[in-house]
Design a protein around this ligand. Sequence first.
Ligand code: SAM
Length: 316
Amino acid sequence: MAEGYTDTPERGGHGQAGHVPVLLKEAIDFLAVRRGGSYIDATVGLGGHSYEIAKRLGAPGHLIGLDKDPAALEIARQRLVLGRRPMVIGQNQEHDWPQITLIHGSFANLASRERRGTNDGILADLGVSSLQFGDPARGFSFQAEGPLDMRMDPQAELTAEQVVNHFDERELADVIYEFGEERRSRRIARAIVRSRPIRTTAHLADVISAAARPMKHERIHPATRTFQALRIFVNRELDDLRALLEAAPQVLKPGGRLVIISFHSLEDRIVKDAFREGVKQGHYRLLTKKPVTPAEEEIDRNPRSRSAKLRAAERV
Ligand SMILES: C[S@@+](CC[C@H](N)C(=O)[O-])C[C@H]1O[C@@H](n2cnc3c(N)ncnc32)[C@H](O)[C@@H]1O
């Protein structure tokens, strides 16, 4: 870990919830955090990126952290608000900590929540946290038995269980194809419909594995794409991302930075297109011509970072 970056307590500190922030140094460098500024961490999660932003903001600054998941927000609150004593070697920053506002909600509503042109930077580190993925009760992983939930926000209405058991075969195949880029979507949807009711992640993974055997050249589990599709659909992830990208140029100050870390090609395509359109409209100057990806050393240390891509732009 680079000097000046706190070795986060999440590293193993919360057991299975251990979450290592991805592309931490790169994200903070591209945000170019200005002391005393106002920044939004749109996906505060367990506060790993936020902590580094807060350290650089100092007492005159303001950090707004959003998350759909109240459990993540609670951990972030303990870290950023209650246990804010930085564990960094160096000066005592006890009295040099910014105002922190943590909000339960989606970053899709940023435009209605924030005043125009008031923010120096926005960071979004998309997808699920290890807290969510590592808890079988949340239903995100096919590697552990759990209910088919997959909601980032437990107050949201739609669960994966409802999609799996109540969508008709065609709708289900469309979801799996569109959000999982799964070529065998029809075969998988047919098998799901025939095996209903399906209540658990393990049962669903078995049904998919039996319907779509692993292809020779594929190293991923046959259920990977279907689980990704259900998660994206249940959480409206792509719609939320589009809304965030639409709101960002309105809420950023001139010179403000937008940094997005995505984890699969559907997300990255949306970010790339929005940035390109933003440049055309005269909103942005691109800071990353090509996406920034983690160094091998980071991937070895944190396999979750494997597919991460960071893009950054500056409001002009
Ligand atoms: C990869 S984690 C972020 C980890 C964080 N950067 C850290 O260092 O701890 C992504 C977080 O974003 C949240 N999230 C995903 N989509 C969201 C949305 N539309 N609005 C708000 N939060 C969202 C998830 O609940 C999850 O906690």
